[in-house]
Design a binder for this molecule. Structure first.
Ligand code: BTN
Length: 326
């Protein structure tokens, strides 16, 4: 109901009376008044003028569904939406809801107090400054295919930012960089049987409008934010909408065609380190190799010092550039 009142206000350039709203929605004027107050509490600036009614003056920079929907053109991704002001981790909430909810559910929180990164790291997620969200999907695929979903997400994030004039590179398989600094990470988690995926959750953390002071000392040199790199604030709502739109398109292509050609192509064309020497860090070893290409399944093709070629699966490995920090 709160959303419906918000939509009525957003679609009116003039004041609208409480009585009109109450008739349109078949609720009492007191109920309308209560919801208007709730909206004000949420951060909406709403003017109330005697004998004229209500008029919305500004939309807050919040990532709730009412704010995102104008940027959303998806059929099902993000159409069911959980919006939180604060949570430990959106991935954790997604896991909690995964069995009862359909694919497409998106969970966004304005802050995370225990954000999770890859390899058990923490993910700094300060309030109102970034995009901390998780998408729930239930692809009918073999668990061995799961890493493709991360490549779809990376491609979707790259495309979404490209649309907004922000050029990013992809650090295979799950980081997005601007000027070779990490501004986004993807943490995909899966619940599966031997040959069946129950669900997957795609956690996306974007350092949208963080300032240097928001990063811990050890991250200051390698991580950055979109704002710090492009010199101005990014519209978080538009970016969320764009990412979900692009994700649905690329994910649908995978479901319909069984391959991720377009996602691979986007990853390949924007791959940082292509034809550069990189350090591959496995659980108990490190090696310097030459990054050659991505194959059609999204595996990284590398050349060893003895010129032998190896295809690397994204699993539990990390790659680093040799010059600079990433
Ligand atoms: C990485 O280590 O690069 C992946 C970081 C993923 C962070 C996101 S923020 C939203 C979602 N919830 C989490 O706890 N983690 C992911």
């Amino acid at each position: 109901m709160k959303n419906e009142i918000l939509n009525i206000l957003k679609n009116k350039s003039e004041h609208i009376s409480g009585e009109k709203i109450s008739k349109e929605l078949n609720i009492s004027r007191t109920t309308v008044w209560n919801y208007i107050n709730a909206l004000k509490k949420d951060g909406y600036e709403i003017e109330s003028v005697t004998n004229k009614g209500y008029k919305i003056l500004s939309n807050p920079d919040l990532l709730n569904y009412s704010e995102i929907q104008e940027f959303l053109s998806t059929e099902y991704i993000g159409r069911e939406f959980v919006y939180l002001e604060s949570v430990d981790s959106t991935n954790r909430i997604a896991k909690e809801l995964a069995f009862e909810k359909k694919e497409g559910l998106v969970i966004i929180s304005e802050e995370q107090l225990g954000g999770k990164g890859r390899m058990g790291r923490n993910w700094i997620s300060p309030k109102y400054k970034g995009i901390w969200m998780t998408i729930l999907i239930k692809p009918d695929i073999d668990p061995s295919e799961a890493s493709k979903i991360t490549l779809i997400a990376s491609a979707a994030i790259h495309k979404a930012m490209d649309k907004m004039g922000i050029y990013t590179q992809i650090k295979w398989p799950n980081d997005i960089l601007i000027n070779r600094k990490k501004i986004c990470g993807v943490l995909t988690e899966m619940n599966c049987e031997l040959d069946l995926v129950n669900y997957m959750i795609v956690g996306i953390g974007i350092n949208a409008n963080l300032d240097r002071k928001d990063f811990s000392e050890d991250l200051k040199e390698k991580a950055s934010s979109i704002k710090m790199e492009i010199g101005k604030e990014v519209n978080r709502k538009e970016l969320v909408g764009n990412i979900l739109n692009e994700f649905e398109k690329l994910y649908e292509a995978y479901k319909n065609n069984g391959h991720i050609k377009e996602s691979i192509e986007i990853n390949r064309q924007n791959l940082v380190f292509l034809n550069e020497k990189i350090k591959i860090i496995k659980r108990d070893s490190e090696e310097i190799v030459l990054a050659k290409d991505l194959d059609d399944n999204g595996m990284l093709i590398v050349e060893h010092e003895d010129e032998s070629i190896e295809k690397i699966f994204s699993g539990e490995i990390s790659i680093r550039g040799l010059n600079g920090y990433i």
